[in-house]
Design a protein around this ligand. Sequence first.
Ligand SMILES: Cc1cc2nc3c(=O)[nH]c(=O)nc-3n(C[C@H](O)[C@H](O)[C@H](O)COP(=O)(O)O)c2cc1C
Length: 205
Amino acid sequence: MDLRNVYEERRSINFFDRSKEVSKETLKNIIDLAVLVPSAFNLQPWEIIEVRSKEAKEKLFNLSNKQPKVLEAPVTLVLVGQKNGYDKSNPVWEEMLNTFGGDKKVVEGAQAMASALYSNTDADKLKFAESNVGLLAASIMYAAKHYGVDSHPMSGIDFEGIRKEFNLDESKTVVMTIALGYFDETKELYPRRPRRGYEEIVREV
Ligand SMILES: Cc1cc2nc3c(=O)[nH]c(=O)nc-3n(C[C@H](O)[C@H](O)[C@H](O)COP(=O)(O)O)c2cc1C
């Protein structure tokens, strides 16, 4: 699908067709395309929980203000940010070492800079995790549309409850969830609500 169409046709779908699965292969294609999104220092401080089983869906549903789409959609993703994703435990640093021909100084310099930028306060760590995962979230929804899959992002959820239910330690933060599936054609979506454009939101200085 042309990128412009992807943007114009993606909607938050409230009604999913319960009879249509999103195959593992399609989900893999979506995620592997979406991760081409940029992240700070290419650190990719994220992980995703794929909620598919009936039991896991029930748990997530109860922690999502009982939004019916969590039960209706074949799969819902929990997008998790790694607040410590800048630190040396991130395997991406090792990959960076290879990319830069084994030059340790380059990597150590970048590590020091990332630490100075993102590690000072809890708010800094959270901002680091959430800003990167927010981009991934958008990228997943557009990649899904490219593969003909509809989506619905949710932050009307119990973030802490989900973190605990899915055994994520305190260095992790649940950023949002995204239900994925196919629109139930028997239902009707309200028309897309207007967006504030350039004239309203941009200030030239
Ligand atoms: C971060 C985020 C959280 C959202 N949370 C919810 C939610 O919990 N429940 C819901 O019904 N819609 C939720 N939405 C959907 C928005 O209401 C929707 O994206 C917006 O009205 C624009 O509609 P569109 O996506 O169809 O263009 C969320 C959207 C975003 C981006």
